[in-house]
Design a protein around this ligand. Sequence first.
Ligand code: C2E
Ligand code: MG
Ligand code: MG
Length: 297
Amino acid sequence: ALYKAKSSGRSRWIIYTREFQDEDKQRSALGARIRRATERGEFTLVYQPQFRIEDQHIVSFEALLRWSPEDMPSPDTQLLVSVLEESGLINDVGQWVLETACQQHRQWLDKGMVDENCTMSVNVSVAQLSLANFSSRLQRILERCQLPPQCLNIEITESALIEKNSSCIRVLNDVKAMGVQLTLDDFGTGYASLAYLTRLPIDYLKIDKSFVMAMNSDKTSRTIVMSVLAMAGTLNIDVVAEGIENEGTLTQLREARCQYGQGFLVARPLPTGEIEALMKTRQRRETRAAELLSSQD
Ligand code: C2E
Ligand code: MG
Ligand code: MG
């Protein structure tokens, strides 16, 4: 109950009930199974494109963790990540995620599928940042994969960062100094102030999908999205809207001059092969459009 109270915003009380015990049992059973999965290397990554809102040109891929055990249904990724964080396994799994995503991006560069303006976005837990040697580990991964640092974009969740403030800002400054890009993820779910934002060395703000998905139907969500865009504009930070599921939302975001987007409307998170097929189709379409344009001249 104490942990639950702390994690749901502190300064509140929560009574321990029977349901907590059941949830604890489920989590610890899952924890044991996840530990085995880590040892056996059962995780995979899928990639979701992020695009320029103006013309839907793909500018980045977000690497997302997946686990498909044979003996049970796949758990929700958020739950999987929280169990990995609680058990400390996130450090090893997170290292594997960074290494795999960077290798993948290097391969896509080598195949000419993307250029060096395209980035690979990787979610990093605050627990990983707190490891003494995070930035030197990251440096070694970039060297091993021969990936230019500007091709990597690290996403940190806003609420998690607020809790562990000053030590993380130091690490983020080191990472930024290496040339790696930084995104503040799930923006709007924490309580970041304008003053706090100016202390973070971030390149992008990612508006949480709960606001983007509701902006068509809910006035408050729309107001939050518009306020974030106005505030980010003042601070010269580009915005990514995540959770774009329909044309209406895309149009509203375009009109509001939101720079980047991500969502099921353009592409769901996909395995490597399907991303490559998607990129080939797009390249073919772009070449055809360019040929058509030049034949008209
Ligand atoms: P996130 O970083 O905010 O990632 C975006 C989530 O939104 C993904 O969920 C993605 O599938 C989902 N999403 C994107 N567009 C849409 C949309 O249009 N509609 C809907 N309904 N959902 C959309 P996913 O893959 O389940 O990941 C959940 C969270 O788990 C991530 O949220 C991130 O916080 C965490 N996570 C995922 N992979 C990793 C990882 O490798 N390391 C760490 N530390 N965390 C990870
Ligand atoms: Mg993310
Ligand atoms: Mg997010």
